[in-house]
Write a protein that binds this ligand. Structure first.
Ligand SMILES: C=C1C[C@]23C[C@H]1CC[C@H]2[C@]1(C)CCC[C@@](C)(C(=O)O)[C@H]1[C@@H]3C(=O)O
Ligand SMILES: O=C(O)CCC(=O)C(=O)O
Ligand SMILES: [Fe+2]
Length: 383
């Protein structure tokens, strides 16, 4: 499959991308029993360039932000602005999310991925439905037929809206009552991430010189997607990826990687290694936030490599607006002929739907989506 190919109808998807492997059951035991990388997992040589250098992305200490120290806030905003204008990534420490909670999230992640495959499959993504349940995937083999990622994932949505089922109910109803504690842990984890996300939104607004509360208010009633990644050891790590090169279609990503390491970011024209820091969270700008800044802030191009020795884990919280919200930059970032709109209006729901049903997210997702939008729906033209 050519992941950069723009698909325009569900029929094309069936032919080229979403091969429905209902009987395939790729799990970590399958991946761990391989002595070679099966051909479905081989990635193009052009993508498989190694990273040699460590990324010196800014590390922002949020302690003084939470204390309301204005000078420190302005300094943080300046550093973040520079990073977002170049590669769209920075790390935060003293971020307010309890390290015991992060450890507990890893404990449950391990417990889940070590279950027998038949149990994990109770949380199997039902159809191509847009991530509306707890959804386990082994190498995305139910969605794609080539360039498969060497990973297993567990994904669910988080929303504070009391009408939606809670994370605890989701875990209990899919996996059984024994997973109540896991649900409670992830509910708390998502709550912690949400409040951090809103704090970061405030600094991002300051860094852009727009109303300080603009993005915070915009994302206040938003939902999010939470994903646990498990990357088993791989016999030939140079031939495949844990997660291929991509920009997150979402708005902001808050990621914790374990001590094994594997996250790499494309900055200054080369792939660079993000050294794991137990106390830090990596913040990536996503494509939707790029649109919300009228193209000012770069969405971060990144990938995850695997290794032959140790399984690797990561916890990823994707910040999203409420689904029906229109994605449109504030007026301050649009200035007539000098700075016209870089992207037309769209809703997050349409963009998410595109990535889940029509297009495999890669380095060009926003661009491909806009092209698709303008060709498939005339009412969206020039809005
Ligand atoms: C909206 C999303 C789609 C993906 C999960 C979130 C944000 C990043 C996307 C993804 C990780 C980009 C690489 C390809 C992908 C298929 C994956 O490897 O998991 C993407 C996710 C997805 O479509 O599930
Ligand atoms: O595991 C990682 O470090 C990266 C994962 C990722 O980019 C994603 O899930 O979107
Ligand atoms: Fe990502």
């Amino acid at each position: 499959m050519d992941s950069t190919h723009l698909l325009s109808s569900p029929l094309e998807i069936q032919d080229q991308t979403l091969v429905d492997h209902h009987n395939s059951s790729i799990g970590s035991s399958f991946l761990q029993n391989q002595t070679n990388v099966p051909k479905e997992f081989l990635w193009p040589k052009v993508d498989l360039v190694n990273a040699h250098q460590e990324l010196l992305e800014p590390l922002v200490d949020l302690e003084r932000f939470f204390r309301g120290d204005e000078l420190a806030i302005q300094q943080a905003a300046k550093v973040i602005r520079a990073a977002c204008l170049t590669h769209g990534c920075f790390q935060v420490i003293n971020h307010g999310v309890d390290s015991h909670l992060i450890n507990a999230a890893y404990y449950h992640l391990n417990r889940f991925f070590h279950l027998p495959l038949s149990h994990k499959l109770r949380a199997r993504r039902a159809t191509t439905a847009v991530l509306n349940t707890l959804s386990y995937s082994g190498a995305h083999s139910d969605r794609f037929s080539s360039n498969l990622p060497w990973k297993e994932t567990l994904t669910f949505r988080f929303h504070e809206n009391p009408k939606e089922s809670s994370v605890v109910d989701l875990f209990k109803s899919s996996l059984g009552d024994d997973f109540e504690e896991m649900g409670i842990t992830y509910q708390k984890y998502c709550e912690g991430m949400k409040s951090l996300a809103l704090a970061v939104m405030e600094i991002l607004a300051i860094s852009l010189g727009v109303d300080r509360l603009h993005y915070k208010n915009y994302f206040q009633d938003g939902g999010s997607i939470m994903r646990c990644n498990y990357y088993p050891p791989c016999p030939e790590p140079g031939l495949t990826f844990g997660t291929g090169p991509h920009c997150d279609a979402t708005s902001l990503t808050i990621l914790h990687q374990d001590e094994v390491g594997g996250l790499e970011i494309f900055a200054n024209n080369k792939w660079q290694i993000v050294r794991p820091r137990q106390d830090a969270l990596v913040i990536n700008i996503g494509e939707t936030f790029t649109a919300l800044t009228n193209g000012r802030y770069k969405s971060c191009l990144h990938r995850a490599v695997v290794n032959s020795e140790r399984a690797r884990k990561s916890l990823v919280y994707f910040v999203c607006p409420r689904e029906d919200k229109v994605v449109r930059p504030p007026e301050d970032l649009v200035q007539g002929d000098q700075l016209p709109r870089a992207y037309p209006d769209f809703t997050w729901s349409d963009f998410l739907h595109f990535t889940q049903n029509y297009y495999r997210a890669d380095a060009h997702t926003l661009h491909s989506f806009i092209k698709w939008l303008s060709s498939s729906s005339p009412i969206h033209h020039n809005r």
